[in-house]
Design a protein around this ligand. Structure first.
Ligand SMILES: [Zn+2]
Length: 276
C-alpha cells in the first residue's frame, strides 16, 4: 500500500505551454496564480543556437566564445519576455551538490561556484538554473514571499537538496512550509531512466516510503526522480505540489536531454523572480 503522500507525489499535471517571441515556454499552473512571482521553464525552441545545441541553449558551460555569447543573447531574450532586467540575473555554477546559497544584498552576492540551489526574499532578483534531464524545483512561500530554486539530478535528489532548501528558507528567511507551494518541472521520467541498483537505493533512502517510486525498465530499476523530489517536499511539510508530466527524454524536439542525446546537448533554464 502506497502512503497518501506517495500517491500525491506521483501525480503529474499538464502544464501550460505558450509561444512568446518565438520561444516555447512552459509554465506551472500553480505559479501562474501568483501575481508577485515571475517564472518560466524554457525549451530548446526559441533561438538560433547551432547544432548540436540547437536552438535555445541557455547554459554557459559549452566550450567556445560563440556559444557563450549566444547563451547570453538567449538569456536576455527570456528576460525581456518576462519583463525582467537581464543585468539582475543571478546564475550559480552548478555541480550536482546539495549546496544552497542565500542571495541577500545585491552588493554582497556570495561566491556561487559549486551551488545548486538559491533562495531569496528580495524582489527583482531573478534566479536562473540550467537543466538537461535533471529536475528543476521552484518553491514559493505565498505569505512571506520567499522563493527558492533547485537543481536536483540524482545526486542532488539523493542528498535531499530540496528539503535542505526548505530548511534554509525557514531558518534564515522566516518562511513556513505550510504556506509554500513546490513545483517540479520538466525532467527525465521513469520511462527513460534506467539506473543502477545503487542509485535507486540511495534515492529510496531519502524518503519515509518509497513504494511505487521505483519502477523497472526491463532488468534495471527506473526511479521516478520527479516524484522523489515531490515526496521530499511533502515530507518537509509542504502541502501543495505541482509536478509537470513532461519527460525531457521522450520529447527531444522540445527539450534538451542528456540521456537521449548521448551527452552532447544544450541546457534549458528554469527562472523565478519576485516582482516588487
Ligand atoms: Zn520518457
Amino acid at each position: 500500500m502506497k502512503s497518501k503522500l506517495t500517491e500525491i507525489a506521483l501525480r503529474k499535471n499538464k502544464w501550460k505551454v505558450e509561444n512568446i517571441d518565438g520561444m516555447q515556454l512552459v509554465f506551472a499552473p500553480s505559479l501562474l496564480e501568483l501575481d508577485f512571482v515571475a517564472h518560466a521553464f524554457t525549451t530548446r525552441v526559441g533561438g538560433n543556437t547551432p547544432a548540436p545545441y540547437d536552438y535555445f541553449n541557455l547554459g554557459g558551460n559549452i566550450p567556445g566564445d560563440e556559444f557563450r555569447k549566444d547563451a547570453h543573447v538567449n538569456r536576455s531574450k527570456l528576460c525581456d519576455a518576462l519583463s525582467i532586467k537581464y543585468s539582475d540575473l543571478v546564475v550559480p555554477g552548478q555541480v550536482h551538490s546539495r549546496n544552497v546559497e542565500l542571495v541577500n544584498e545585491r552588493s554582497q552576492i556570495p561566491d556561487l561556484k559549486g551551488v545548486d540551489g538559491l533562495v531569496t526574499h528580495r524582489s527583482e532578483t531573478p534566479l536562473l538554473l540550467h537543466f538537461a534531464d535533471c529536475v528543476p524545483v521552484i518553491i514559493v512561500d505565498k505569505l512571506s514571499k520567499v522563493i527558492g530554486i533547485f537543481h536536483a539530478g540524482w545526486r542532488g535528489t539523493a542528498q535531499n537538496i530540496v528539503s535542505h532548501g526548505v530548511e534554509r528558507m525557514v531558518k534564515e528567511l522566516n518562511a513556513n512550509p505550510a504556506n509554500m507551494v513546490g513545483v517540479v518541472g520538466p525532467a527525465i521520467g521513469p520511462c527513460c531512466y534506467p539506473t543502477s541498483d545503487e542509485v535507486a537505493q540511495k534515492l529510496s533512502e531519502t524518503v519515509k516510503d518509497a513504494e511505487g517510486l521505483v519502477g523497472t525498465n526491463g532488468t534495471q530499476p527506473a526511479p521516478d526522480i520527479k516524484a522523489f523530489n515531490a515526496l521530499q517536499l511533502l515530507e518537509s511539510g509542504i502541502q501543495e505540489v505541482d509536478v509537470s508530466d513532461f519527460c525531457t527524454a521522450c520529447n527531444p524536439s522540445m527539450f534538451y536531454s542528456h540521456r537521449q542525446s548521448g551527452g552532447t546537448t544544450g541546457r534549458q533554464g528554469a527562472l523565478v523572480s519576485l516582482r516588487s
